[in-house]
Design a protein around this ligand. Structure first.
Ligand SMILES: [Zn+2]
Ligand SMILES: [Zn+2]
Ligand SMILES: [Zn+2]
Length: 167
């Protein structure tokens, strides 16, 4: 069940001082390795590095910022290479694109088929993934009432997160 103060099974929310982001990154990398192994796809060094950079924080990061960091690391990647790596991560649902920010954020539960709903804090900049089956159902119902079959839903809710409200 989604809870305002925690994400991923009781782990403190991103803006909470008790949040251990190294744990997020370690979890994300091990799940991504599993997803790639299971699907028989290659998690190349560049794909992994781009994934790590997206996971550097819970703040959505743009392709250009990723490119700049790769260049500063001497990986000298051309923009198409970075875009292809991001497309790969999107395709395998390891990251999500935040349309309103034209930026990317790591998926909190990769490998599971789901829709990306996001709570985006205007204060700390964190984007928290919201997973709520009731939302899926009510969006599908509302669309069907219009004779419309929903296939892809992007829901981005801007506001203030629980930690910023408390702080
Ligand atoms: Zn984290
Ligand atoms: Zn996700
Ligand atoms: Zn916040």
């Amino acid at each position: 069940m989604a809870h305002a103060r925690t994400h991923r099974g009781g782990h403190p929310a991103p803006a909470d001082p008790a949040h251990d982001h190294r744990q997020c990154v370690a979890d994300a990398l091990s799940v991504a390795d599993r997803v790639c192994a299971k699907r028989g796809i290659r998690f190349t060094d560049l794909r992994r590095r781009v994934y790590e950079l997206v996971w550097a924080s819970h703040k959505p990061v743009g392709a250009y910022a990723i490119l700049e960091i790769l260049r500063s690391e001497g990986l000298g990647s051309a923009p198409p290479t970075v875009y292809r790596a991001l497309d790969f991560l999107l395709e395998h649902e390891l990251v999500h694109r935040i349309e309103s920010l034209n930026a990317f954020v790591g998926c909190a539960h990769p490998g599971e088929s789901h829709r990306g709903y996001f709570l985006i804090c205007k204060q700390c900049g964190n984007a928290e993934e919201l997973d709520d089956a009731r939302l899926d159902a009510s969006i599908a119902r509302a669309a069907e009432a219009h004779g419309f079959t929903a296939r892809h839903t992007t829901l981005e809710i801007a506001g203030t997160c629980a930690s910023c409200r408390a702080g």
